[in-house]
Design a protein around this ligand. Sequence first.
Ligand SMILES: [Fe+2]
Length: 279
Amino acid sequence: MPALLQGIGIGLRRSFARELLATDRRVDWLEVIPENWMGFGGKRASLLRACAERWPLVSHSVSLSLGGPDPLDATLLQSLEGFRRQVGLAWWSDHLSYSSANGVRFHDLLPLPSTEEAVEHVVHRIREAQQWVDAPLLVENISYYARMPGGTLDDATFVRAVVEQSGCGLLLDVNNVYVNSINHGFEPRAYIDAMPMDRVRQLHLAGHTRQEDLIIDTHIGPITDGVWDLYRYTLRRAGRLIPTLVEWDQGIPPLDEILDELDRARGEAEAALGEEGTR
Ligand SMILES: [Fe+2]
């Protein structure tokens, strides 16, 4: 099983898994959404096994509802630990949000109120979740279109407080920072400056869609210049190549187009850090 995870990866999708296994283009690692792969047998399981033999994997779940009011889903956490044992995970991640309440699951990742109380709540739950899975847990900053009422902290302060107090890692989504900065009118570089850079273990890059007065975090299409610029800035601030994932979740193009974005990410990282800095 490949152990060391570094460089640039892509999200594994069933639509191109077979093609990916046949490519000789460079892919350093893969991120898998465990809800789409856990517990399946047959072709899906054998594709996953073949990928796990070739690339290091990380898990990026979407349904843990880390900030939610309901008890953590013990069945899901148990399955995640089983998944880790099965395919080997360098780390696992979910979102700094909630996606269920009173037993009802939403299809959205909703923002938490940015308060000290919410920090305390989610820190406690991150520590609890961490006990279930024997790999480091990372939380991701989300995109949001409205702020929960009653917030007293700005988003960067909230994210930083959660990460520092819980001891977890940060999956910093550069596209989400960019999208939020336009929709909510803040300086994206100042947000990056406020992140605990030594705790950032992974980055996300993705496309978004501009509407008249809003940017939607669609994960469709190529990454925009504004996000590439913020990516280079983030790497220069970190002074190292943080493992970076190119997300493309809707309107998925031929694999080669995704791998072109991956190559571009490698080129942008070299531009930011110099060729030596990316090794
Ligand atoms: Fe993301």
